[in-house]
Design a protein around this ligand. Structure first.
Ligand SMILES: *[C@@H]1O[C@H](CO)[C@@H](O)[C@H](O)[C@H]1NC(C)=O
Ligand SMILES: *[C@@H]1O[C@H](CO)[C@@H](O)[C@H](O)[C@H]1NC(C)=O
Ligand SMILES: *[C@@H]1O[C@H](CO)[C@@H](O)[C@H](O)[C@H]1NC(C)=O
Ligand SMILES: *[C@@H]1O[C@H](CO)[C@@H](O)[C@H](O)[C@H]1NC(C)=O
Ligand SMILES: *[C@@H]1O[C@H](CO)[C@@H](O)[C@H](O)[C@H]1NC(C)=O
Ligand SMILES: *[C@@H]1O[C@H](CO)[C@@H](O)[C@H](O)[C@H]1NC(C)=O
Ligand SMILES: *[C@@H]1O[C@H](CO)[C@@H](O)[C@H](O)[C@H]1NC(C)=O
Ligand SMILES: *[C@@H]1O[C@H](CO)[C@@H](O)[C@H](O)[C@H]1NC(C)=O
Ligand SMILES: *[C@@H]1O[C@H](CO)[C@@H](O)[C@H](O)[C@H]1NC(C)=O
Ligand SMILES: *[C@@H]1O[C@H](CO)[C@@H](O)[C@H](O)[C@H]1NC(C)=O
Length: 394
């Protein structure tokens, strides 16, 4: 606060009520609807944070204010149902709603810009009204709400997104062009359809428990992408060329088709594991380089990576299906030529296909006894895979 403000504040306090001041150094606490109405005199910017008391009933209407240069916070309030602001366009700090059990209306028709949205445990919030659409947020974190959609939140670009445990959300669609840090979707409605039609690049992407994921424009990832426990049958990223970290598909129970037609390089590990119905891996025709380990285990009977010629980590391919021909004709020769640098395991007809480092037990009569697991020599690149698995276990 500037020295001038220090002088002005007490004068305002005398002239009007404590809340008529449009600039506070800390947090103004609103206890009731009347307190909120008093703030309406601040027709432009309210400088400072606004917190709504645990015991405030509302409805709380922050009408008149265009900009809150601070935070707007309600935590642990079990009586407020309605929060609104007819003129609010921007919150420069955090818009936090945490454990506000009966809140059912959040109506800010002009809100467009918020630094952080952190909402958690909103047991009655099924919808929000943001008519102008919120397009600029650096951190969006929405968990444990009853929201059925994110209508009105349509970000152009973002640093970090976490949307988890919203059991009713039916679709997550945004115009997002890029994600500078990470986007994680997890344990929302199992039927949730996800679409980011304009997303061109992201650092990390993690999709869990989604019913469909569309990323038609995704071209590069600086970091990693993991897809776990989803129920889609197809996954395709038609424009994806390069992954700066790891790529993992695990436990996607309905997945039958992975299509990554332009992917040439994965700098970290590539893991495709325990996707029960995935019998063919033949949609990654241009993949040339894997900077970490390759770890495929599951029920595959056809594995084709025709362009592969450099695996810096280990190679582990274990399947219940008969993949001996691919092992003999495609992968063993790469190992022999030194193009697979780490430990090499390639085995079909395995009873319980396991991850990199596990020793396969062949049950079927069809499998030749070649390519058996040797004593383990997991090099540092292979350890990247362990890191990958750990990093994605939230
Ligand atoms: C939430 O409020 C209730 C009473 O209103 C109180 O007992 C409880 O301690 C508060 N919890 C937190 C985390 O502030
Ligand atoms: C997701 O899309 C599928 C296929 O279009 C549709 O059947 C399903 O109902 C959608 N999910 C929700 C929650 O609307
Ligand atoms: C991020 O996406 C936004 C919206 O599409 C775009 O305006 C911006 O140029 C992008 N930034 C970078 C660095 O790609
Ligand atoms: C991306 O994910 C990796 C592995 O989980 C992690 O080490 C890294 O910090 C993440 N980077 C960002 C920017 O979130
Ligand atoms: C895919 O990439 C090409 C070449 O960069 C580009 O012309 C095309 O618009 C992209 N497609 C989508 C859906 O973004
Ligand atoms: C991530 O990749 C995009 C697109 O290639 C690039 O514009 C951006 O600067 C990269 N970000 C980081 C942190 O490396
Ligand atoms: C969500 O996916 C994880 C795997 O990442 C899985 O363990 C979990 O059972 C799934 N949850 C639901 C509700 O499907
Ligand atoms: C797999 O998906 C791709 C693109 O989504 C499609 O072109 C191809 O026909 C599918 N393959 C099978 C076997 O369904
Ligand atoms: C796949 O399942 C096996 C057996 O349950 C387990 O040992 C392995 O860790 C799983 N792999 C992944 C990547 O989840
Ligand atoms: C292979 O398929 C069977 C039967 O669908 C399933 O029980 C098993 O978990 C699958 N194994 C792997 C490693 O995905």
């Amino acid at each position: 606060m500037s020295p001038a403000m220090n002088i002005v504040l007490p004068i305002l306090a005398i002239a009007s009520t404590a809340y008529a001041s449009c600039s506070v150094s800390g947090t103004t606490t609103i206890q009731n609807a009347g307190d909120a109405t008093q703030l309406a005199t601040c027709t432009n910017t309210f400088s400072g944070s606004i917190a709504i008391e645990t015991g405030a009933a509302g409805p709380i209407a922050l009408d008149g204010i265009k900009k809150i240069d601070g935070d707007l916070v309600i935590t642990n309030n079990s009586i407020i149902q309605i929060l609104s602001g007819d003129s609010l366009e921007e919150i420069t700090g955090t818009f936090k709603l945490d454990t506000v059990q009966v809140l059912n209306t959040v109506n800010f028709p002009k809100l467009k810009t918020v630094n952080e949205i952190i909402w958690n445990a909103l047991a009655n919030l099924q919808a929000t009204q943001f008519d102008a659409e919120i397009t600029k947020v650096s951190n969006l974190d929405i968990q444990n709400t009853q929201l059925q959609s994110l209508e009105g939140i349509n970000l152009e670009s973002v640093d970090k997104v976490t949307i988890a445990n919203n059991r009713y959300i039916s679709s997550i669609i945004m115009q997002l062009g890029n994600v500078t840090n990470a986007l994680t979707l997890e344990a929302n409605n199992p039927e949730v359809n996800v679409s980011f039609p304009n997303l061109e690049w992201a650092f990390n992407l993690t999709f869990r428990n989604c019913s469909s994921v569309q990323v038609p424009s995704l071209a590069t990832l600086n970091g990693s992408m993991g897809l776990y426990g989803n129920t889609f049958e197809d996954f395709s990223a038609p424009n994806l060329t390069k992954i700066g970290g790891a790529l993992a598909f695990a436990s996607n129970t309905e997945l039958t088709n992975i299509t990554l037609p332009e992917l040439t390089e994965v700098t970290g590990a590539l893991q495709i594991a325990n996707n029960t119905k995935l019998s063919e891996i033949n949609g990654i025709p241009k993949l040339k380089t894997i900077g970490g380990a390759l770890d495929f285990h599951g029920n595959m009977s056809d594995v084709e990576l025709p362009a592969l010629n450099d695996v810096k980590g280990a190679f582990n391919l274990q399947s219940t299906g008969d993949i001996q021909k691919a092992c003999d004709d495609s992968f063993q020769p790469l190992k022999d030529k030194g193009k697979i640098q780490g430990n090499f395991v390639c085995k079909g007809s395995v009873a319980n296909p396991g991850g990199e480092g596990s020793t396969p037990t062949v049950t079927g009569a069809g499998a030749k006894k070649t390519g058996a697991a040797s004593a383990l020599s997991i090099d540092t690149n292979a350890l990247g895979l362990v890191g990958l698995a750990a990093a994605f276990l939230l």
